[in-house]
Design a binder for this molecule. Structure first.
Ligand SMILES: N[C@H](CCC[C@H](N)C(=O)O)C(=O)O
Length: 267
């Protein structure tokens, strides 16, 4: 059977999206080996459409929609910040034009807005637990993140070093996303590169990773904070309130763009 799909990218983090409000693709959401292989093959950059992840836009009572997210390895994942932003843009492009969206994801409800210039702002879950060990931090912004501050981040072999940390003893079982962060000249500007779990490679940006890096960057005073983030795929910003070790009202802000659409046969 042929299905319409849509390809979106948010600062180079790219996704295959299906409008599954009719439930016709529930069969690939079962987590079975066959369903996992279908999603993996759709994300394959040589034999499929190619993407860092795949999303289903589902109906859900009480929300504008439900987001189901799968990493490129075909397995359902924890929250995807850039994916959430792209799914809101997709809903907007489908004609669900609203000033504010409220959808359900694996880590709970999210609010989002689409500005006149197409910028999508996504509210992330609150964060209250940050573990620090020297220049390294571990926190969960909807997905688990290891954040390492370094210099000359653009010269680093992220795929190799990121893979080593992701597969190291503390993280091997569940996996973790690994972010390398360089503090900019200004305290409210950082550059972030990310090795993503489930893609098992560097992606051009990672929304929950950028959020994690911003929360623990140099520019964190109590009260409101705005951090500008450079990634290989483009610019994002993160705004949040900090009160001691509690981070609330966290927003991930940036572009979300439709690249192309098509149809594909899914047996
Ligand atoms: N690979 C991540 C999920 C997607 C995160 C990323 N694409 C984002 O924008 O947050 C994980 O397995 O935790």
């Amino acid at each position: 059977m042929n299905y319409s799909f849509y390809k979106y990218q948010g600062t180079g983090n790219d996704f295959v999206i299906f409008d599954n409000r009719d439930g016709m693709l529930d069969r690939i959401a079962t987590g079975s080996p066959e369903a996992t292989e279908i999603i993996r093959s759709l994300c394959d950059r040589r034999f499929g459409i190619g993407a860092d992840g795949l999303m289903l836009l589902n109906r859900h009572p009480g929300y504008d929609f439900e987001m189901k997210y799968y990493n490129a390895d075909g397995r359902e994942s924890t929250m995807c910040g850039n994916g959430g932003r792209c799914l809101v843009r997709f809903a907007h492009d489908l004609g669900l034009v609203q000033t504010e969206y409220r959808f359900l994801a694996i880590d709970g409800p999210h609010e989002a807005t689409v500005d006149f210039d197409g910028t999508v702002a996504l509210k992330m879950q609150d964060v209250s637990e940050v573990r620090q060990n020297g220049n390294d931090f571990v926190l969960n912004t909807g997905s688990p993140h290891f954040v390492h501050f370094t210099t000359e981040v653009l010269k680093k072999d992220i795929a190799r070093i990121g893979r080593e940390i992701r597969n190291s003893a503390p993280f091997a079982k569940e996996g973790i996303n690994v972010n390398f962060v360089e503090q900019g000249p200004d305290s409210d500007e950082i550059t972030v590169r990310t090795y993503e779990r489930g893609v098992e490679d560097e992606t051009l940006s990672c929304g929950t990773g950028v959020t994690a890096a911003a929360l623990v960057s140099a520019h964190h005073e109590n009260g409101f904070n705005h951090v500008d983030v450079k990634t290989l795929g483009g610019h994002l910003s993160v705004e949040y309130e900090k009160h001691g070790s509690n981070y609330t009202n966290i927003w991930l802000i940036g572009p979300a763009v439709r690249v192309f659409e098509g149809t594909i046969e899914i047996k």
